[in-house]
Design a binder for this molecule. Structure first.
Ligand code: ADP
Ligand code: GLC
Length: 482
């Protein structure tokens, strides 16, 4: 089985969030299962720099709407074959994958990701210059959303899967881009790529793909509602027979407290005592008072409304008064970054904020914190709550999306059944609900027996990719048999 996996980011080469982790781990799991999977990404400078020995695979010249590009062929660190679109005009710049140094979206993102989609579609059709032709093209998020639309109008198209990692980001652009990106005018209609008078990359994918998946079963239901459908609930409900929710897994080698070079001391469920050394190291590294007994809350997140960071900032003084400590790592909205930094000054030694992207520190927070905070207003899947359970750091989460599907609330019944692994607060309860859940966590933390049980339950869970990769495989197989 040959699968082309189309994505705008892949760890460790280029990462802004969970999509990069999934784009590394899912292909690796498929590869291990014997699937001939190849990942296709844009040739950002970060990617090309990491792959000095990359070779030319083929060239796409004379595409009317796009510059000529070289397709380069390399390998990801875990052995998965990788194709990189080398087009300096579009991708060779400072800043990040989607935005410039000032956090402003690149003016030509429609062309940049139109090109990604176009190359993917060509590779999946009879027009491919390569011998290797995929049985399925697997597209991720809006950046790859035009692929199924392009495929629809090409000869002998491979079937396509469109995976939604976050419906809030849709890639909506003015309608003149339909022609400029070389899509036939007939697709600009409600049964096509049109979205309130504009072109929507994600809608294109959701409309034209043969199958749609999203990253948790609960989110698959939620996106069919007005509250979380972002205007696409009608289309998604209409296509529900072709819509599956498959929970993400995590990379068990990268996120393993027993062998993690980013943390102070390795530990596992049997020697949790060693976790204390990580708490000490974390307190020291981020400038919190060294205190083994005080409950330490950790958070690693984009600083956005979606992630509920405003709620965390609001309850922070109450946490300090318990007493408890709080460490925050992330980047995002400027106002939230400022408030977080102000809190760290006001409560120096009790709250610490690190604004930036720091992979190593994120591991140390998972290992060194006692309780992890993840009060997202909505969360398609979320990875940190799984990392934290694996690291014996029970999470406090909002009852939404993948958080529902991966955390079991701590109560008498779930403790008795050995399932309790965190603290879940009711959907829509907001700041008050978060504070109550955080207090419940602190009470539990001070009861050693309960806390150990929670930690062990979380650490014993299987968050690997095997089951989910198999679920993707059976979707691919079904599409191939059509
Ligand atoms: P999302 O993709 O919506 O941001 P996820 O929970 O799926 O949320 O994935 C976020 C990923 O990005 C996790 O691997 C998390 O550890 C990482 N991450 C987010 N912010 C930072 C940061 N500031 N520094 C290091 N890692 C971060
Ligand atoms: C998105 C979602 C997040 C999910 C990740 C990987 O960024 O916001 O919930 O875990 O994609 O699928």
């Amino acid at each position: 089985m040959r699968v082309l996996f189309v994505t705008s980011e892949v760890a460790p080469l280029i990462k802004t969030g969970g999509l990069a982790d999934v784009s590394a781990a899912l292909p690796a799991a498929l590869h291990d299962m014997g699937v001939d999977v190849r990942v296709l990404v844009p040739g950002y400078p970060q990617v090309l720099k990491a792959l000095p020995h990359i070779k030319l695979a083929t060239r796409f010249a004379g595409l009317p709407e796009f510059p000529d590009v070289n397709l380069l062929s390399g390998t990801l660190p875990d052995g998965v074959p990788l194709w990189v679109i080398d087009c300096p005009e579009m991708y060779s710049r400072g800043g990040g994958a989607y935005q410039d140094e000032h956090g402003v979206d690149w003016f030509d993102n429609a062309q940049r990701f139109g090109l990604l989609s176009k190359v993917a579609a060509l590779l999946g059709s009879a027009d491919t210059p390569l011998e290797w032709k995929p049985d399925v093209v697997h597209c991720n998020d809006w950046q790859a959303g035009l692929t199924p639309a392009y495929l629809h109008f090409l000869p002998a198209p491979a079937p396509s899967v469109m995976t939604v990692h976050n419906l809030a980001f849709q890639g909506v652009f003015p309608s003149h881009l339909v022609a400029e990106l070389g899509l036939p005018g007939e697709c600009f209609q409600i049964n096509g790529v049109e979205y309130y008078g504009n072109l929507s990359f994600l809608k294109a994918g959701l409309y034209y793909a043969d199958h749609i998946t999203t990253v948790s079963p609960s989110y698959a239901e939620e996106i069919q509602t007005e509250a979380l459908g972002f205007g696409l609930q009608g289309l998604l409900t209409h296509r529900r027979a072709a819509l599956s929710g498959i929970l993400n897994g995590i990379n068990p080698h990268e996120w393993n407290p027993a062998a993690d070079s980013n943390i102070a001391r390795p530990y596992n469920a049997k020697n949790l005592k060693n976790k204390d050394a990580n708490k000490r190291e974390l307190q020291q590294r981020v400038g919190l008072h060294i205190d083994p007994k005080i409950p330490l809350f950790g958070l690693v997140s984009r600083f956005t409304h979606q992630k509920g960071l405003d709620m965390v900032l609001e309850i922070a003084p109450h946490l300090v008064a318990l007493p408890a400590q709080l460490v925050l790592l992330g980047t995002g909205e400027a106002a939230m970054q400022r408030t977080a930094q102000e809190l760290s000054h006001r409560y120096s030694g009790q709250i610490s904020t690190y604004v930036g992207f720091d992979e190593g520190l994120s591991h140390l927070i998972e290992a060194g914190a006692d309780i992890f905070l993840m009060p997202s207003r909505f969360e398609p899947c979320g990875l940190n709550q799984m990392y934290s359970q694996r690291y014996g750091t029970p999470p406090v989460v909002h009852a939404t999306g993948g958080l529902i599907d991966s955390v079991v609330d701590c109560n008498e019944a779930t403790l008795a059944s050995g399932e309790a692994s965190g603290f879940v607060f009711g959907n829509g309860l907001g700041t008050h609900g978060l504070l109550v859940a955080a207090l419940r966590a602190v009470v539990a933390y001070h009861d050693k027996k309960i806390w150990r049980a929670l930690q062990r339950n979380g650490m014993g869970k299987d968050f690997g990719w095997d089951k989910s990769a198999a679920a993707y495989c059976s979707i691919y197989e079904r599409l191939m048999q059509r």
